[in-house]
Structures are given as C-alpha cells and as structure tokens.
Ligand binder design. Structure first.
Ligand code: AMP
Length: 409
C-alpha cells in the first residue's frame, strides 16, 4: 500500500515524501481511512508504530478541507501527558503541514506562558497541549475551546496514570458536543475502555500491535543479580559491549541521578531525565543522546514516555517497573522499524515477584542468568518479607463509567 492510495492531498503527500516515508505503517494504513471518514477511533499503538503521523496526516487533511475562519479559532486539540510528547507531536504537525495553510502551536507548563499566549492570540488551527497548562490558560480566559472540531487524546493510558482524568473531563466539558474524537493508547486497561466509552461516539477499534505483546525483534534477557552491584554490572555491560547508545530505566528520580553520576564518573557520558529536571535540561539531554554526545540516558518511566528515539539498540531495566505494562512500554523503545534490539533486565531478589507479573502479562517466561561474581546474595525466599508492590494503578477512576458528553448531535 502507498500513501497515495490513502487519499491524502498532494500537499500532504509532498511533505510525507520529503520526510522519506515510502509506505504507511500498519497503524497508519488502518487509522487514516477511518479518520478521514470522520469516525471516532480508539487506537492501540505504542510509540514507534508511526501513530503520530497516523492521526496528524488525516487531521491536517480534514482541517485544510474544512471551513476556514478568518480569525483562526482553535479547531483541533491534541492532548498529551508530557511536555516532551507535546513538543514532538507539534514538530510532526509542522513537518507534515509544511505545504498547507494551517497554523499550530504547542503549550505546556514549566516555561513562560507569554509566548504561548501570543501564538494563540494570533490564531492557531491546531493546539497541542498538556492538560495542566491548557486549563491554566483557560482559567485565565486566554483561550477558547468552543470551536473544536477534532479532539485527539495521545497516550491516554499515561494520562490516566499521571492522574489527569479529572482534567480531561473538565477540558472535554469546554468543547462543543459535535466533534470527532480520536484516542490513542499503548495499553487497553479497563480504565481506558471506560474513558473511551465516556468520550468516543460509535467508535471503531484499531489495533497496530496486539495488546501485551512485545516487538518480535527485541531479544529479552534477564540477569539475577546482587542489588548493590547493579551499577557495576551496567558499567561492565556497556564497556565490554562498547555500546554507544543505551537507554536505562530506573524506578525513581533519585535512582536515575545516582546511576547517571556513577556512569559519568566512570567515563561513560550520561544524563538523567526525570520530572524534577527543567524542560531545558531534559531537551538538552535528549538532543545529546540523539547526537551521540551522551552515550547513556537514564530515565524514569514517566519522563521517558513519548521520547522519539528511533532505532535504539539497547534498553536496560535497571529496576523492574512496578507496573508490568510499563515493561512493554520500555522495551518498545528498541527493536523498531525492522532493526533488532536488546532489552536487558537486572533483577534483584526482591524483584522476582515483579518479574513473575511481567511474565504473566507477556504469557512467556524470560531467560534469566546469574553472572559469576555478581550473584544475588538474598535468597529468593526472602521476597515474602519485602513490601508488596504498590497498586497505584489499580484504583478506579472517579466517576466510573460516567459519560462526559456522549450525546453528540
Ligand atoms: P511515532 O510512533 O509516531 O512516535 O513514530 C515513530 C517513528 O517512526 C518516528 O521517528 C517517525 O518519524 C517514524 N515514522 C512514522 N511513520 C513512518 C513511515 N510511514 N515510514 C517510516 N518511518 C515512519
């Protein structure tokens, strides 16, 4: 299948061509025609599947064909959980819309609001936003969502994890009922289905990768190891393998900092990226990582979400995630676009219970090894004495099955 057969306009095809894409990815092939038919779509797609173009291309097409307003009210809103993802989506909108007469801007917190307000005042057709800053500007009456025709929730599962449910409901209440809704999520939990049922109207379900599966091209390996010696082992892996670009996940911000400092001290250039870092330093770390001046990026799950790092060869789970679905997100960073990748998990005795949860989710057991000299010191039986994993994702969203504004015209 070609992009041409998706009935996209010449201006959009030109931009896609310029970007070097030749064939649509599976999610693009499935979602684009449905979105162009103006259906509400619930799509299961992780970062790396081409989901951004999957909604951006048809969005641009619809808006460029629709009624053009002189003062350019915001006609489409893309909501994302993180600033990084918002910035990336905004970049895609600009790239694919280069040859169209449409304006877009991005707003998120942590930076001065004035340039964002100015851009909105000048008129934008597409607004990309994180929920907090959007509501903030709305409360100050600096923007209006009264003319929204298309709403896109990107990485909806992460927005729920980050506690944005209430904000999402509030934002939706500010929009006209008669609009098209698109929702993208890497996982389809019960909460996500409830959210979708509350927002989407007569939706079509589109799946790019089956739920709970990991990319085929990722080799997954686990090492059982002494917790205290994990940093040393990471240094050994990177040095011996002469790895040039490694993404490492830690459970906490503090852990990310500590590991990053230790790596730097051992002459492995490294940056930590997490919620306590300023936007500026996060952007700088990511740029350095992409350029190759930063060899290791140490990230927490939330900070890493939505990072656009294509063709990543190595991912290390320094700590196992508390929530098994995060494992799927994490290793989705490698083995992309037909290039194989490796995901390595370091498992201390008290993490065996988390490993079991992950294996259950994946429906497969993971090959695990003990490395001579790094043997775990605690016996596996000790796991019963460790605190139970937290269940922060297990809570039901308040408002339950409620419909936010289902009754579209
Ligand atoms: P996403 O899943 O939207 O984060 O996209 C992942 C990566 O795939 C990005 O670097 C995109 O530029 C790239 N990409 C998106 N669509 C295509 C396509 N049809 N062909 C090749 N690369 C693509």
């Amino acid at each position: 299948m070609s992009f041409k057969s998706l009935n996209l306009s010449e201006a959009i095809l030109h931009a896609v061509n310029k970007k070097g894409y030749t064939t649509p990815s599976p999610i693009q092939e499935k979602a684009i025609p449905l979105i162009l038919e103006r259906r509400d779509v619930l799509a299961s797609a992780q970062t790396g599947t081409g989901k951004t173009a999957g909604f951006t291309l048809p969005l641009l097409q619809i808006l460029s064909e629709g009624k053009q307003w002189k003062n350019r009210p915001i006609r489409s809103l893309v909501l994302t959980p993180t600033r990084e993802l918002a910035a990336q989506v905004a970049e895609s909108v600009k790239t694919y819309g280069e040859f169209l007469d449409l304006r877009s801007t991005v707003i998120y917190g942590g930076v001065n609001q004035n340039p964002q307000v100015r851009a909105i005042r000048n008129g934008v057709d597409i607004l990309i936003a994180t929920p907090g800053r959007l509501l903030d500007l709305n409360n100050q009456r600096l923007l209006s969502l009264a003319k929204i025709e298309i709403l896109i929730l990107d990485e909806a599962d992460r927005m729920l994890d980050m506690g944005f449910l209430k904000d999402i409901k509030k934002i939706i209440s500010l929009m006209p009922l008669n609009r098209q809704n698109l929702m993208f999520s890497a996982t389809f939990s019960k909460q996500i289905k409830e959210l979708a049922n509350g927002i989407l109207h007569n939706q079509v379900l589109v799946e790019a990768t089956p739920e709970n599966t990991t990319a085929e091209l990722v080799s997954q390996k686990a090492y059982r190891i002494d917790k205290k010696r994990k940093p040393e082992f990471v240094i050994k892996l990177i040095a011996e393998g002469d790895w040039k670009q490694v993404l490492i996940f830690t459970r906490t911000k503090h852990g990310a900092n500590r590991l990053s400092e230790k790596l730097s001290k051992n002459n492995i250039s490294s940056s930590a990226i997490h919620g306590n870092k300023s936007q500026n330093s996060r952007t700088k770390a990511l740029e350095g990582f992409k350029k190759g001046t930063v060899r290791v990026l140490v990230a927490t799950d939330i900070a890493a979400r939505g990072l656009d790092i294509p063709l990543l060869p190595h991912v290390i789970n320094f700590d196992l995630p508390q929530v098994p679905e995060d494992y799927v997100h994490r290793i989705g960073r490698t083995g992309r676009a037909g290039v194989s990748g490796e995901a390595i998990s370091l498992i201390a005795a008290d993490e065996l219970i988390l490993l079991k949860d992950i294996e259950k989710l994946l429906g497969q057991t993971m090959r695990n090894e003990i490395v001579e000299g790094f043997e775990p010191i605690d016996k596996p039986e000790a796991i019963d004495k460790t605190p139970k994993r937290n269940n922060f994702r297990k809570h039901k969203p308040k408002g339950g099955k409620g419909s936010y504004n289902k009754g579209r015209k």
